[in-house]
Design a protein around this ligand. Structure first.
Ligand code: SAM
Length: 265
């Protein structure tokens, strides 16, 4: 394996996220919200980064856009190709890293990411790449988890148990409008935020925890890392259950998220 800590992190992420496919059941409805927020229209050339199984890409393609979709995980890309075939739409899927996008500059009318680009370790590199491939006047739009709500707290908890490499930004920073404005800087105008809630069905907080331990990359990795340290694993689970209990009601975990849209100058 490479000595580069970011390359090592991405190799771990590529494997961890490969189990994500069942969670598309909860990201499907929010994909339609992001497509609306991004104002995706027929004929536009759209890129979905951190596309997972392609829920946003597919929504955009069904709206008539010409869509490219990119993800670290070849397993998820394969699911995406199957979805596109089933829905009868064309999407150019490819494996890749949002920090090094394999596209010419000024290619896309819209660049979107649903809970995807926020997991790349270097926000400055990530945003520079997303804006590089966007045409002037094009739209950048993404959904992210705010640090003050459940998913942001959960990722902060995971980071406490397995700290990321030095220099890697915590993903929930991408859910803070002030930080987003700084990161988009002078390159982006007309920044608009909106908020919504993803409803994650579960029979109990314990069912929910078991589900994410089997599907959500960073949590899968954490549980595997702590398998020989039952006391630490129990401490993680107890703290997680405490967060979940606050957001669990009527058989859903309420996961608040932020949507951002801006125009490249
Ligand atoms: C929470 S999932 C979201 C997937 C999909 N957008 C959805 O909403 O269902 C995060 C995705 O980001 C991808 N990802 C993480 N880091 C990435 C990177 N550096 N480059 C490209 N994709 C990345 C993961 O492989 C994973 O598919």
């Amino acid at each position: 394996m490479s000595n580069d800590p970011f390359a090592q992190l991405k190799a771990i992420q590529r494997e961890g996220w490969s189990l994500f496919a069942p969670l598309e059941a909860v990201t499907t409805a929010t994909a339609a919200e992001l497509a609306k927020h991004a104002r995706i229209r027929a004929g536009q050339v759209v890129l979905d980064v951190g596309c997972g199984t392609g829920v946003v890409a597919l929504t955009a393609a069904r709206a008539g856009a010409k869509v490219h979709a990119l993800d670290l995980s070849p397993v998820l890309i394969q699911h995406g190709r199957q979805h596109a075939a089933l829905a009868g739409v064309e999407i150019e899927f490819r494996e890749g890293d949002v920090e090094a996008l394999p596209f010419e500059s000024s290619t896309f009318d819209v660049v979107v990411s649903q809970f995807g680009h926020m997991f790349a370790p270097r926000p400055d590199v990530t945003i520079a790449e997303m804006l590089r491939v966007l045409k002037p006047g094009g739209t950048i739009a993404f959904s992210t988890w705010p640090p003050e709500h459940y998913v942001g707290q959960m990722f902060a908890l995971v980071g406490k148990f397995i700290p990321p490499p030095p220099g890697a930004a915590p993903p929930p920073q991408w859910g803070d409008p002030n930080i987003i404005r700084q990161r988009l800087g002078d390159a982006v105008a007309d920044i608009v935020f909106d908020r919504s809630v993803m409803l994650f069905p579960a029979l109990s907080p314990q069912h929910y925890r078991k589900g994410i331990e089997e599907t959500l990359g960073p949590v899968v990795k954490l549980v595997a890392t702590l398998k020989d340290d039952p006391a630490k694993l129990a401490a993680f689970r107890a703290e997680l259950d405490g967060f979940v209990a606050r957001y669990f009601e009527n058989n859903v975990v309420r996961q608040h998220y932020l949507m951002t849209r801006g125009t490249k100058k």
